[in-house]
Design a protein around this ligand. Structure first.
Ligand SMILES: NC(=O)c1ccc[n+]([C@@H]2O[C@H](COP(=O)([O-])OP(=O)(O)OC[C@H]3O[C@@H](n4cnc5c(N)ncnc54)[C@H](OP(=O)(O)O)[C@@H]3O)[C@@H](O)[C@H]2O)c1
Length: 237
């Protein structure tokens, strides 16, 4: 079998970077996409630039990377806080511009990746599209409320991935699409909120990446459209 080929979006981030390096160590050919510089280099990793604010950058990457079929598309982009905003504790804190930014990165960005990359998944063997969601994006599991924009953006992502799974089943039955929760991971995204997390519940990016790899390895066609956690547990919609 030829070397397996993957593309990772958000490879400049904590989980995405660890995941790209993990695949490269396993001998995959990895196209690692960052809005920023990756900040690392490794054998088997071919960096590329993209930005969700510019769909043409995604289309261009698809044209270059998609010359041969892909075994895995891994979307590890996301935001929870940014310049002047953070997760809302109450509905009174909702700010339209901040919410639009969160939805643009967490929901619309991965949808644009799907638009340009789902058609590049391998047809002759099992292939996977995996986007990082978050457990807080589960409507059924929501007992605490708050974090309105982030939760809504991730719930909408789960819905889109389910849509893609249905379409994929018709177009490319060997392909699987899932949403994955990486656990609570020590990255820039979670940095302001790590104070409330017990040490044994705060994963390193490397641990999370390794567990996500195991979950992806075990996926079957019946799993397509579902949302799984880092330990393989099914998360309710
Ligand atoms: N960390 C956690 O505890 C946790 C928990 C649950 C779910 N998640 C999810 O896991 C995923 C990975 O998060 P992480 O913890 O690894 O966060 P991170 O280290 O902050 O990485 C986020 C990535 O998203 C990219 N990104 C942000 N805005 C972008 C844009 N407009 N265009 C293109 N790329 C953009 C960042 O690029 P730059 O490097 O250029 O900023 C970076 O590569 C996210 O979807 C997050 O919601 C994380």
């Amino acid at each position: 079998m030829s070397a397996r080929r993957a593309v990772v979006f958000g490879a400049s981030g904590g989980v995405g970077g660890a995941f790209a390096r993990q695949l490269a160590r396993e001998g995959w050919d990895v196209h690692a996409g960052g809005r920023s510089e990756l900040g690392y280099a490794a054998e088997g990793i071919e960096p590329f630039h993209f930005d969700y604010a510019n769909e043409a950058s995604i289309a261009r990457a698809a044209e270059e990377i998609g010359r041969e079929p892909l075994d895995l598309v891994f979307v590890a982009t996301g935001i929870l806080h940014g310049e002047g905003f953070g997760p809302e504790k109450a509905w009174s804190m909702i700010d339209g511009a901040a919410m639009a930014q969160v939805l643009a990165v967490n929901t619309i960005g991965p949808a644009l990746v799907a638009k340009h990359f789902l058609g590049l998944l391998h047809r002759e063997r099992r292939s996977v599209f995996a986007a990082l969601g978050a457990r807080v994006g589960s409507i059924g599991d929501n007992r605490l409320g708050g974090w309105h924009s982030y939760r809504a953006s991730k719930a909408a992502l789960v819905m889109l991935v389910k849509d893609f799974a249905i379409e994929l089943a018709r177009r490319n039955p060997q392909a699987i699409a899932v949403t994955l929760h990486p656990g609570t991971v020590a990255t820039a995204l979670s940095a302001p909120f790590q104070g409330n997390v017990a040490d044994d519940k705060l994963f390193t990016p490397e641990f999370s990446a390794e567990r996500l790899r195991m979950v992806i390895d075990g996926l079957t066609q019946e799993d397509s459209g579902r949302h799984f956690a880092w330990d393989g547990a099914l998360i309710p919609d």
